[in-house]
Write a protein that binds this ligand. Structure first.
Ligand code: SAM
Length: 277
């Protein structure tokens, strides 16, 4: 399991709601390591008891990552394998672990991941928003003025953005997003993998109508879209001609041009063939 004979830190993703999503591999690792470092031992105890895992647990705190890391490095020095888990999903994703991972890498021990669910990715793939490129942003600052600044910086980002948000703040956050980013397509994904999982999809102005929602939530926003410039057909055909001259087949060239000009590939291909007649 490790790249060398040194001890290993396993970054283990745990369920974000539905406990059946703990992978068999994660279970095996949590049972076989010497120590499980948790964000909150009381929280993780539920998971550990559910799966009958009796590995020793220690806490690894966000607010004191440096100090918590020292203890874990010491255990690795003793040859002990450690699993790091957070309360839900991937450790380090809006959760503690970043300082530790860097300390472990610098100290020459192995760091590896055990895959599993993450709220942001679950939400993204079902949101209906563009998935070809996206940014995970996580939490905006809790202070409104600071959150506004962050959103202003994101305003022209052209791809889908994933935000985490606390339930007591989502209404104000959606309002602020609408104010700063303008009315765009968005999705609020709630209680993922749980009984009341719900996707609210629509324009930000429509999502702003949703009041008093409860549960954990992810907010996704469509990227900035430039007003479509008027492009002349002959310029597009000229671009395709150039691509063909450079060695591309007609279909490939039309594919590239359709991406560049955000058009249907088939329509462009048919139009190009027609033009040749
Ligand atoms: N490490 C986690 C991950 O990989 O997704 C994220 C932890 S972060 C402290 C907690 C935030 O994740 C919540 O406020 C919410 O935005 C999101 N979240 C976690 N579980 C969720 C769920 N089941 N449904 C929707 N959002 C969830």
């Amino acid at each position: 399991m490790s790249a060398n004979n040194q001890a290993t830190l396993f970054l283990v993703a745990t369920p974000i709601g539905n406990l059946s999503e703990l992978s068999p591999r994660a279970l095996e690792v949590l049972k076989s390591v010497d120590v499980v470092a948790c964000e909150d031992t009381r929280n993780s105890l539920k998971l550990m008891s559910h799966f009958d895992i009796h590995t020793r647990m220690i806490s690894y705190h966000n607010f004191n990552e440096e100090e918590s890391s020292n203890g874990i490095i010491k255990l690795l020095e003793e040859g002990k394998n450690i699993a790091l888990i957070s309360d839900a999903g991937y450790p380090l994703i809006s959760d503690p672990g970043y300082v530790l991972v860097n300390r472990v890498i610098d100290s020459g021990y192995n760091v590896t991941t055990i895959s599993g669910p993450s709220a942001g990715l679950n939400a993204l793939v079902a949101s209906g928003l563009n998935t070809s490129h996206y940014m995970f942003y996580g939490f905006l600052n809790a202070k409104k003025s600071q959150a506004k600044k962050e959103l202003e910086e994101l305003k022209y980002f052209p791809y889908t953005i994933i935000f985490y948000e606390a339930p007591h703040r989502y209404e104000k956050t959606l309002e602020l997003m609408k104010e700063v980013l303008g009315d765009r397509r968005a999705c609020l994904a709630r209680e993922l993998t749980k009984l009341h999982e719900t996707y609210h999809r629509g324009l930000l102005s429509e999502l702003c109508e949703l009041k008093d929602l409860k549960g954990e939530m992810v907010i996704l926003i469509e990227g900035y879209k430039k007003e479509k410039e008027e492009v002349k057909e002959e310029d597009i055909f000229e671009y395709i001609d150039e691509l063909i001259k450079s060695g591309l087949k007609v279909k490939e060239a039309c594919g590239k041009a359709s991406e560049k000009y955000d058009m249907s590939k088939n329509q462009l291909y048919n139009a190009y063939l027609k033009k040749g007649k």
